[in-house]
Design a protein around this ligand. Structure first.
Ligand code: 6R9
Length: 652
């Protein structure tokens, strides 16, 4: 970004107060902000006591060697014990931990007592395969309960897991296995995706053939595909090894700073970064935020996070946070449109889901499919809705609340990253008067602000870069094997502050609005304009379901705004509509933000976790050869978009 701060364009006046009944019984009240402000470390020490420690910590934070933090360093605990055994010991063994819903319609309910047995057996099995405390285990799985069992089994024996999303290629898997030097890979024959079995094991074989050296491959049978290739001595069936193990396993207590997992994030440049998370601080913040932001009542709530376990959202809000809190949750294997576009709502109705956590990309897809689809299902059990992954456009927020939440439920827009480990900025459902499109306020105990180029905090109404100004319990500890890159990437842009890489602004009340990655910010006639704001203006038009905006090089204005839009189900593409959309953006944000070109398209390029890849659209808009497309979900999307380009640019 240049010195010019972000133009403050978007005005959003709608406000939604917390429902009175929720506020009256909320897990966390406004008092938590005061408590944490008065004594931040005392507040986190208190939250750490939500966990069961083998040795209670007496130290909270050691920040003597920044940016390398230690939290609760003299405490010892076992993360798997906290997520499983202690609930059984407390008398909740019969409570369902996971309602599994397979894509083909098979289902299984797993209680905490059963989960304890499964995790113990898997821990014994990994030990038999030679996995020891301090080793790494790669997990390359579909969304099935064994994935969570495998992660917890690693945690139980003190081996760090490295989950690689099942949609990644053999190459991506190979680099990640090599970088983490994993001893064992846990995989499955396959999983179900869009109505058919999709194989996983061949990619593991390929990755190993490409040089990823592992001692064993432990294979869960999910699809029963018959032509699976097998290397005797190396490959082991899960059911043959795990099922016969003893269900007794004594969890060892590890140091709070013992590595729990590595999770790779792929930036736009350089090799993927292995983000390292450790045990005590990570679990403290995952559990606290899940309790506070979703107002989880473990006895009565049915929680469902639709993310894949391969992403950090699945780590923190399918596995560690909910299970540490003793929640009952739904786990779904497949896609939202298999076998029909109402599948999510059918699942909400079937299990009586009360808390739903999903992503803006899914919400915009549901908008595109039409309001009539969720309307066919009984969604009255829902009481809190969450969003994560990208900025949520105000219109999508309002659609979500109205069409899914029956105009009753709070919507919590949770900002965080793989690196932060857990939620950082979010409304609290029983406290915050919500503003559609804003994550609003750092959670109690979290210090975040917006600064300008010179690291000065911007006043209310100003825009710039999002930074975190104090260490937090679930922060990444380093980049695996590369401390210098950890320092350079996150701690060098602004001295003493964590640079998140996101643009943000503060509104008149000091609430935070996330504006997308700083690499995506556009510079038009000397004004920094956020892609998010222009996209949100487009999505606020009744004909638009989704929009992606980029700045393309332009002789007169430096960059010109080019917008790619997906129209809603009923809207027809026409020159008139394009003109109307341009005027709509002009009227909403001001003339400076009017896109120079608007191209209706059928799909947008997205990463496998559903984030829009503006970089590729910029290549298209600037008539360049496409950059790296390997992280794209579906590369045919780019052909479709490029075929649109000969259309004459719409000029004023
Ligand atoms: C949890 C997760 C992190 C990046 C982050 C930001 C974007 C996530 C957001 C959001 C605006 C939100 N992001 N949540 N932007 N509002 N509520 O998604 O982690 O995959 O590491 O991505 O996602 O740009 O920096 P990760």
């Amino acid at each position: 970004m240049s010195n010019e701060s972000l133009a403050n364009l978007l005005k959003e006046e709608r406000r939604f107060a917390p429902p009175a009944d929720l506020a009256a019984h909320a897990n966390v009240t406004a008092e938590a902000y005061e408590r944490a402000k008065a004594d931040r470390l005392g507040f986190w020490a208190e939250q750490a006591r939500r966990l069961t420690w083998a040795t209670e910590p007496t130290e909270t934070l050691d920040w003597s060697n920044p940016p390398f933090a230690k939290w609760f360093a003299d405490g010892k605990l076992n993360v798997a014990y906290n997520c499983v055994d202690r609930h059984v010991e407390a008398g909740h063994g019969d409570r369902v931990a996971i309602h599994f819903e397979g894509e083909p319609g098979d289902s299984r309910a797993i209680t905490y007592a059963e989960l304890k047995d499964e995790v113990s057996k898997a821990a014994n099995a990994l030990t038999e395969l030679g996995v020891q405390k301090g080793d790494r285990v790669a997990i390359y799985m579909p969304m099935i309960p064994e994935t969570a069992v495998a992660m917890l089994a690693c945690a139980r024996i003190g081996a760090a897991h490295s989950v690689v999303f099942g949609g990644f290629s053999a190459d991506a898997l190979a680099t990640r296995i090599q970088d983490a030097d994993a001893k064992v890979v846990i995989t499955s024959d396959g999983g179900y995706r869009r109505g058919k079995p999709s194989a996983l094991k061949p990619a593991v074989d390929d990755a190993i053939a490409k040089g990823a050296g592992v001692e064993h491959v432990l294979v869960v049978r999910r699809t029963g595909q018959e032509d699976i290739s097998w290397t005797e001595g190396r490959d082991v069936w899960w059911h043959e090894l795990v099922d016969g193990q003893s269900a007794e396993h004594t969890p060892e207590a590890f140091d709070a700073e013992h590595p729990l997992f590595i999770l790779y994030t792929s930036g736009t440049t350089g090799k993927p970064k292995g983000i390292l998370h450790t045990s005590g601080g990570y679990l403290t913040q995952a559990a606290y935020t899940h309790h506070a932001v979703f107002d989880l009542k473990p006895e009565t709530d049915v929680y469902w996070c639709t993310a894949d376990v391969g992403w950090v959202t699945g780590h923190s809000y399918i596995v560690y946070g909910p299970l540490a809190n003793g929640a009952t949750q739904v786990m779904y294997e497949g896609t939202p449109d298999t076998p029909h576009q109402g599948r999510f709502w059918e699942i909400v109705q079937k299990y009586g889901v009360t808390i739903l956590y999903t992503a803006p990309t899914a919400i915009r897809t549901f908008m595109k499919w039409g309001d009539d689809i969720p309307a066919k299902f009984d969604l009255s059990s829902l009481r809190v809705l969450g969003s994560v992954g990208e900025p949520i456009n105000p219109e999508a927020w309002v659609w979500y609340r109205k069409n899914i939440g029956g105009d009753r439920t709070p919507v919590v827009d949770t900002w965080w990253q793989t690196e932060t480990g857990a939620m950082m900025i979010s409304p609290l459902p029983g406290v915050t008067e919500a503003k559609p499109g804003s994550a609003q306020r750092p959670l109690p105990g979290i210090s975040a602000t917006v600064v300008d180029d010179e690291a000065n905090e911007v006043p209310n109404g100003g825009g710039g870069y999002l930074v975190l100004t104090e260490p937090w319990p679930s922060m990444l500890r380093t980049i695996w094997g590369d401390d210098q890159r950890f320092i350079d990437t996150y701690w060098s842009r602004f001295e003493g502050k964590y640079f998140a890489g996101d643009g943000a602004k503060k509104d008149e009340d000091g609430d935070i609005w996330l504006l997308g990655r700083v690499d995506d910010v556009m510079l038009v006639s000397g004004h920094n304009i956020s892609t998010t704001e222009v996209e949100s203006a487009l999505v606020s038009h009744p004909s638009v379901a989704e929009a992606a905006v980029v700045g393309a090089a332009d002789e007169t204005t430096g960059q010109a705004i080019v917008a790619f839009v997906i129209l809603r189900g009923s809207a027809a593409e026409s020159e008139d509509l394009v003109g109307e959309l341009r005027n709509h953006v002009g009227a909403t944000l001001g003339p400076i933000a009017k896109p120079k070109r608007i191209l209706p398209v059928a799909e947008l390029p997205k990463t496998r976790s559903g984030k829009i890849m503006r970089r590729l659209l910029r290549d298209v808009a600037e008539n360049r050869q496409l950059g790296d497309v390997t992280t794209l979900t579906d590369s045919s999307v780019m052909d479709l978009i490029q075929s649109k380009l000969p259309a004459a640019p719409s000029e004023d």
